[in-house]
Structures are given as structure tokens and as C-alpha cells.
Design a protein around this ligand. Structure first.
Ligand code: PMP
Length: 449
């Protein structure tokens, strides 16, 4: 594996209480300026970040186990990405691809057409955010099929815009009092091995959903089925083997567009370029964002040429979609990902961390499930001797980890999942230190019970 030189020392160093005085002052200032509805899971303000560390405004160096929600897989300031951004910004920051197009957009589209699963003819459109990509995937599917119904799944997260709120499963905080929601969205049961009845196979879980779709909607009314190959915000739920292929197969034979939402799972995160590949699933349309551009806002949909090209000229776009600086960042990010073989690094993270999480599960008795793939790993926190979610303990673990200098994110429909999403360039020692902190936090909090 290629050794990586980092600009910032890759170590955890705590020099103040967390949050420190400067972060606290910024938090106070923010109250008078930023709307209260925007949350921050970690009350520490960033000043610098590189590789696996975030240095805050008080000079604390924190271990980053969140990557800004699965974005900074190559680190938050990779020199190749920073140089590409500076170089492009010095030439032009914007012309609008819908007005005066430029090569970077075309090149990103070519790269995504080649990189995404399947060797069929593909087309790509670029956007700014994951939610926007999802919205557009649904627009394309509806237009191309002439149908309106869209199937989403329990525990799904697809964004916060009106259509994507409707697709998202969890009410608080994403949907509560933000309705009315977009119509023609239907929710079906997913495959959740830890909580499904024992022994339910992926094929059976798929059949459970398919039977409901056929009974409640009729396959012929369904434009698209959208699913995250590993559900992210919903709890890092890895479906039972066979679930995704069975759904994709059924969608294909019924003229339904199978959309894989790989906004969180894409770009090496799970140990493959895309999570669909673990089961040989070839989506009709794939939505991407997050890891694609090393932190610059960029999103994409890539899909079968006949679907994407069905849309009339001018039907897709947006002022900033495929911004030239973001495209330059994406091209640099993709080449760094290849050079460092980030899928292999993600697999190495899984090999290093999963045995430790399993040992911890045996030790503390509140970890109901250890799951995930590559650099997308999670533990589900439950009350001892049961499967009852324990969101209070989960929050306490994240808070205690932060106090010790580790940025740790939670997720899950019940708020009881600790998720690990380190930058894929994180060093082995730093990662091990981060897991030590997580283990200590869990030990201490469960001993105190
Ligand atoms: N889909 C998935 C699977 C996601 O994880 C997210 C973001 N967490 C989104 C869509 C929405 O992306 P964005 O926040 O960029 O709109």
C-alpha cells in the first residue's frame, strides 16, 4: 500500500477542554446569525483538516471518523485536489454549462460512464447535491417510463428537498411539519438482517416487498424503485445477500427503472467503487455525490443512454450543476483514488476494525450488531440482553469520544447506531487510536450503568 505524506501531524492532541474557548465563542456568535434549524453534531469549529485529522480553532487535533459524512475520502485538503481547484479557479470559476460549456464536465461524464457498473451505453448529468441528483433520477425515470409511482424503502434516506423528503423514511428531524410531501411515493419493507425474523433470506425479503408492490400498486404503475445498496442515515443497514439482485431482476422484467442511490456508498467507500458491485447488481440509474469531488459540491446521475437521452433538450440542468471548479476537483479526486487504490484501503479498514468491534461486542454487551463494508462500518447500540435501541447511550458514547478528541457520528432510524466513516487515507495507527477511544467510551459508560 502506498505510504501517504500528510501536511498535518496525524495524531490526536487535546490542548483545551472540548469544545474549547474559541469554539464556544463561535457557537455563541452563531446563535445570532445562523438559523437554529441547522444542526451541527460536533460543537467544535474547524480551522484545518488533512488526512485523518481535523484541527479546531483552539488548536486541538481531532481524529476524524466521519469524513464530513462520507465526503473527504481522499482527505479534506489533498494537495492534488487543492491544486486542481486553484488552477481552475484562476482560469474561470463559472460560465454555466447550459450557456458556454467546457471540457471538464464532459470529462467527468466520460469517467463516470466508464467507472459505474455495467458496460452498456451510458449518459451522465451533473448537479450540486445528492438530493438534487435523486430528484433528477426520478424525473428521468418518470419521463422515460410514462409512469408515476416510485417505490422507496423503510429506513431510506434520500435528502431534504420536497421530493426527497417524501422518499426519506425518518420523520424527526427531516420531515416533521415540513409537509405536504410529494405524492406517488410508496414505502416498502427493506431487508434488515439484525431485525428481520430469523432466517429471512435476501430473496425472501425481496419477495415480501415485491408482493406488496404488486398488491398495492401493480408493477405496471411503477416508474422507479430507489434504494441505497447499504442504507446510510437509516443505520448502515446491509441487506441480506440476494435482496438487491432479486429486486433489480424483478424491476428489469417489469420495465421499472432500478435506481441505486450511491450518494453515501459510492467512490470506494465500501471497498468497491460502488456498493452495487458487491452483489453484481447493475442499476439502470446510479446517483452519486459526497466522495466524488474531494469535498467540493458535485453530484451526478449516470444511467442507461436510452433513459437519459429520452429527456427533451433543456429538460435537465441548473445554473451551477457541474461547476468547472467542482469538475476539476472530481477529476483530481478520481485520479488520487485510483493512484492510492482507495477500494483496497477501504477493505483494509474493514479488516482492521471489524474484529475489534466484534471483540468489543463480546465485552460490553450493548452492541447488538456489528455491520458494514469497507470504510462504512457501524455498531448498533441496544439495551443489554435485548434488541431494544438505546439512543441515549449512543449519544453519550459520541459525546465522550468527542471529549477525548474523536469525531464520531451516529445514525439510524432510532438514533442508536454509531457509524464509522473515516477518510479512506487515514493511517493505521490513527485509526487504531480512534477505535481505542470508542472502546474506552463504551467501557466507561457501560461500567457506570
Ligand atoms: N442519498 C443518500 C443515500 C445520502 O446519504 C444523502 C446524504 N446523506 C443524500 C441522498 C442527500 O445528499 P445531499 O445532502 O448532498 O443532498
Amino acid at each position: 500500500m502506498i505510504a501517504i505524506d500528510h501536511r498535518l501531524a496525524q495524531q490526536r492532541t487535546i490542548v483545551t477542554a472540548l469544545p474549547g474557548p474559541r469554539s464556544t465563542a463561535l457557537a455563541d456568535r452563531r446563535k445570532g446569525a445562523v438559523a437554529a434549524g441547522v444542526g451541527s453534531s460536533v460543537p467544535v469549529y474547524a480551522a484545518d483538516a488533512d488526512g485523518g485529522v481535523i484541527v479546531d480553532v483552539d488548536g486541538n487535533s481531532l481524529i476524524d471518523l466521519g469524513s464530513g459524512i462520507a465526503v473527504t475520502s481522499v482527505g479534506a485538503s489533498h494537495p492534488a485536489v487543492a491544486a486542481a481547484v486553484a488552477e481552475q479557479a484562476a482560469r474561470f470559476t463559472h460560465t454555466c454549462f447550459m450557456v458556454t460549456p467546457y471540457e471538464g464536465y464532459v470529462q467527468v461524464a466520460e469517467e463516470l460512464n466508464a467507472l459505474t457498473p455495467g458496460d452498456h451505453e451510458k449518459r451522465t448529468v451533473l448537479f450540486n447535491s445528492g438530493a438534487e441528483a435523486v430528484e433528477n433520477a426520478i424525473k428521468v425515470a418518470r419521463l422515460a417510463t410514462g409512469r408515476t409511482a416510485v417505490v422507496a424503502f423503510d429506513h431510506a434516506y434520500h435528502g431534504r428537498t420536497n421530493l426527497t423528503m417524501a422518499l426519506t423514511a425518518k420523520s424527526m428531524p427531516y420531515k416533521t411539519n415540513f409537509g405536504p410531501f410529494a405524492p406517488e411515493i410508496y414505502r416498502m419493507p427493506t431487508s434488515y438482517p439484525y431485525r428481520d425474523e430469523a432466517g429471512l433470506t435476501g430473496a425472501q425479503a425481496a419477495q415480501r416487498a415485491i408482493a406488496r408492490i404488486e398488491a398495492q400498486l401493480g408493477a405496471a404503475s411503477v416508474a422507479a424503485l430507489i434504494i441505497e445498496p447499504i442504507q446510510g442515515e437509516g443505520g448502515f443497514i446491509v441487506p441480506a445477500p440476494g435482496f438487491l439482485p432479486a429486486l433489480a431482476q424483478w424491476a428489469r422484467s417489469n420495465g421499472i427503472v432500478f435506481i441505486a442511490d450511491e450518494v453515501q456508498t459510492g467512490f470506494a467507500r465500501t471497498g468497491a467503487w460502488f456498493a452495487c458491485e458487491h452483489e453484481g447488481v447493475v442499476p439502470d440509474i446510479i446517483t452519486m455525490a459526497k466522495g466524488i469531488a474531494g469535498g467540493m459540491p458535485l453530484a451526478a446521475i449516470t444511467g442507461r443512454a436510452e433513459l437519459l437521452d429520452a429527456v427533451h433538450p433543456g429538460g435537465l440542468g441548473g445554473t451551477y450543476g457541474g461547476n468547472p471548479v467542482a469538475c476539476a476537483a472530481a477529476l483530481a479526486t478520481l485520479s488520487v483514488m485510483r493512484e492510492l487504490d482507495l477500494p483496497a484501503r477501504a477493505r483494509a479498514i474493514e479488516s482492521a476494525v471489524v474484529p475489534r468491534l466484534r471483540a468489543l461486542a463480546d465485552e460490553v454487551g450493548v452492541i447488538g450488531d456489528v455491520r458494514g463494508r469497507g470504510g462504512m462500518l457501524a455498531i448498533e447500540i441496544v439495551r443489554p440482553g435485548s434488541a431494544e435501541p438505546d439512543p441515549v447511550l449512543t449519544k453519550a458514547v459520541a459525546a465522550q469520544a468527542l471529549a477525548a478528541g474523536v469525531v464520531l457520528l451516529t445514525c439510524g432510524t432510532n438514533g442508536n447506531v454509531i457509524r464509522l466513516l473515516p477518510p479512506l487515507v487515514i493511517g493505521a495507527d490513527l485509526l487504531a487510536d480512534g477505535i481505542d477511544v470508542l472502546a474506552d467510551a463504551l467501557r466507561r459508560l457501560t461500567e457506570a450503568d
